[in-house]
Write a protein that binds this ligand. Structure first.
Ligand code: ADP
Length: 274
């Protein structure tokens, strides 16, 4: 036991872990919209570097509002939000936002949509085309670079949207029900692709979803929120094997125990609200 604790490399890693600021830290945040609707009350939450964190909770409990606070699109009425130790007063650099709607430019081809992302990220013009090719390959859309968004399925459009975020190389991904509008099968495939991309880059992700199974199958940790005004009700460290095949993991008894526990938490909130 002593031999393990005194291993210099482990000690070095442990101290690095101890001093590294969390990617995101929310301290006692409250948020209202013009004073009439209290959306969040006293929320404290951290995202660790490289962590895949999901947030679930009843509709209207403030999940999207939480992402708005982190991205600087809204300011808390009380408490504070820190990204990499810096208090958020405007959109912090290195944040990538993905919504349920793909928000692609309809008049631009897939290539052009991705190139716009690269241009905004300040990627040098000379290597932009090559980078577009790499990203298209990464998401399996090499054949569709010349297509317009209207000619693509919902799943393909969301892949392009993901690709455009990857073009920014963000340090933190905020994903607001990114696969919520897709059919069940496409959603599963997209989740699997996201996991494989995440396992390569290991950037922190906050993933908002209504789908408890999706949250458990993808995440390191799942946070459950109460009904409005949203607070943190419970947190689950998801101790399931990595690398994770999100289809395989759904067959494990432990997966169903997590899903049941989270489902019970959300149901009790819905009953309380009713
Ligand atoms: P969730 O993402 O969990 O469904 P939201 O964060 O979108 O919840 O909303 C939380 C609460 O704040 C809801 O009651 C919603 O109606 C309200 N809300 C959200 N955006 C606005 C806004 N722009 N103006 C007024 N109320 C809002």
């Amino acid at each position: 036991m002593n031999a393990i604790v005194s291993d210099p490399e482990l000690v070095r890693q442990a101290s690095l872990h101890a001093i590294a600021a969390p990617a995101v830290e929310i301290r006692n945040a409250a948020m209202d919209y013009g004073g009439t609707v209290l959306a969040l009350a006293d929320v404290s939450l951290t995202l660790r570097e490289g962590e895949f964190l999901s947030i679930v909770g009843p509709s209207g409990c403030g999940k999207s509002t939480l992402l708005k606070l982190i991205s600087g699109l809204a300011a808390p009425a009380a408490g504070e939000v820190l990204v990499r130790g810096q208090r958020v007063t405007e959109t912090p650099p290195g944040i990538g936002f993905m919504f349920q709607r793909d928000v692609l430019l309809p008049w631009a081809t897939v290539r052009e949509n991705i190139a716009v992302g690269l241009e905004c990220a300040g990627h040098p013009a000379g290597t932009r085309e090559q980078r577009v090719d790499e990203l298209l390959k990464l998401i399996g859309l090499e054949q569709f670079g010349g297509y317009y968004p209207r000619a693509l399925s919902g799943g393909m459009r969301q892949r392009v949207a993901l690709c455009r975020i990857l073009a920014y190389s963000p340090d933190i991904y905020l994903m607001d029900e990114p696969f919520g509008a897709l059919d069940a099968q496409t959603k599963l495939l997209m989740g699997q692709e996201l996991l494989s991309i995440w396992s390569r880059f290991r950037k922190g992700i906050i993933f908002v979803t209504h789908d408890i199974e999706e949250a458990v199958s993808l995440s390191d940790r799942v946070v459950v929120m109460t009904g409005r005004p949203g607070r943190i009700k419970s947190e689950y460290d998801i101790d399931l094997p990595r690398p994770r095949d999100s289809r395989h993991v759904r067959k494990l008894p432990a997966f169903h125990r997590y899903v049941d526990a989270i489902w019970n938490d959300i149901m009790s909130e819905s009953v309380r609200a009713a």
